[in-house]
Design a protein. Structure first.
Length: 377
């Protein structure tokens, strides 16, 4: 098949990386990158923390400046893809235009689901997905007194930490029974819960929203699923963010898995670019994740899905903790809070044999970095 042109739908992390990697691999054909937001492609992770706090500006969000796209002959199309005409190999756009392709890459990511409660249309109710969302939120979060965050995942807690730092009273509602329950161990959840509570954040677990109340078209409060009413000048909800592709994940027993991380988006994009140019390799990249909340940096290597035991290193009281997660006595993931050396060692350990056992990790004086160094090939 001729590969004179590649169209990429989605100008986020994965879409940008496919385009950049094609050029790095020597592809000389036409590349069109289609995104429905104005401006240059940008990083999303800082939106809920450093960008919202004003610690970095718009230029610092960009993957690359404008001259990169010119020099690399990557055509940016600011339009919404509405349909794919597979028979004629065209992407149809909302403007009525069409982009022809020899190969099409779908890198759209996931989108926020609407908040399914009465009052979701009121002013002061926000999702956090785009730069436009963050730009609208930035002045408000500095003015409001009462903030309700719906969801205690990474992004929800990042925003909660920012709002608390800026002086707001913050209430987090979470349907689960602990913070970040889908992503981290009980031990790490407890550390982050205690840290947030020390910053003044209040948690309500096993609680959702039944309605958002307002006055003069603006949010004034929320009603929880147990009937309580909380004051709110601002309601922020997080849902359905992350990558769109599902793949057989080696670290999850080759079960179909959809990961939500910059690492996975970028590594899969590089893999796709190589495959398009006739250099296919199995996708086996080790998943890793991070989140910054206040003065806490959590880094995770591997997937703890189905873990059955843990070993902890460090001190939760000092906010320096690593939780080693084991399944069938084999290390499957390491969660590190403010212990970057453990994180880097864990990524190496989990990427090659031999695998660390729980008994070894529980031995007196054990250190991840020392074990990794002693067990290199």
């Amino acid at each position: 098949m001729s590969l004179a042109s590649v169209a990429i739908v989605g100008a986020g992390q994965a879409g940008f990386q496919v385009a950049a990697s094609l050029r790095q691999e020597g592809y000389d054909g036409s590349i069109t990158l289609i995104g429905d937001e104005p401006g240059l492609p940008y990083q999303r992770p800082p939106l809920s923390k450093a960008y919202l706090l004003g610690k970095i500006n718009e230029n610092a969000l960009l993957f690359r400046p404008a001259d990169f796209f010119t020099a690399q002959r990557i055509d940016l199309v600011h339009d919404q893809a509405t349909a794919i005409d597979r028979q004629n190999r065209r992407v149809l756009l909302a403007s009525g235009e069409a982009v022809a392709y020899d190969h099409l890459v779908l890198a759209t990511g996931a989108h926020n689901r609407p908040l399914p409660v009465p009052g979701a249309e009121l002013q002061g109710v926000f999702g956090v997905k785009t730069k436009q969302d963050a730009d609208a939120l930035a002045p408000l979060v500095r003015e409001v007194r009462n903030v309700v965050v719906v969801g205690a995942g990474f992004i929800g807690l990042e925003f909660a930490a920012v709002a608390a730092e800026l002086g707001a009273s913050v209430h987090v509602l979470e349907l689960g029974d602990r913070p970040m329950a889908r992503a981290v161990s009980t031990e790490m959840s407890q550390l982050f819960r205690q840290a947030h509570e020390a910053w003044g954040v209040k948690f309500d677990f096993r609680q959702g929203l039944t309605r958002i109340e307002g006055s003069d078209g603006k949010v004034s409060g929320v009603e929880t699923s147990d009937g309580r009413k909380l004051p709110a000048d601002l309601v922020v909800f997080i849902s359905a963010l992350g990558d769109v592709a599902c793949f057989p994940c080696l670290q999850n027993g080759e079960r179909p898995t959809r990961l939500e991380s910059v690492q996975n988006a970028a590594d899969q994009a590089r893999n796709v670019a190589a495959r398009l140019l006739g250099k296919p390799v199995p996708y086996s990249a080790l998943p890793w994740f991070w989140t910054d909340q206040g003065n806490l940096k959590l880094q995770i290597a591997g997937l703890s899905t189905g873990y059955d035991s843990t070993v902890t290193l460090g001190s939760p009281e000092a906010h320096q903790l690593s939780v080693l997660c084991f399944r069938d006595d084999q290390l499957v993931a390491v969660e590190s809070c403010n212990r970057p050396g453990d994180h880097m060692a864990a990524r190496k350990i989990l990427s090659r044999p031999p695998r660390l056992t729980a008994a070894e990790a529980a031995s007196e004086g054990f250190e991840l970095k020392a074990w990794e160094a002693a067990n290199r090939d």
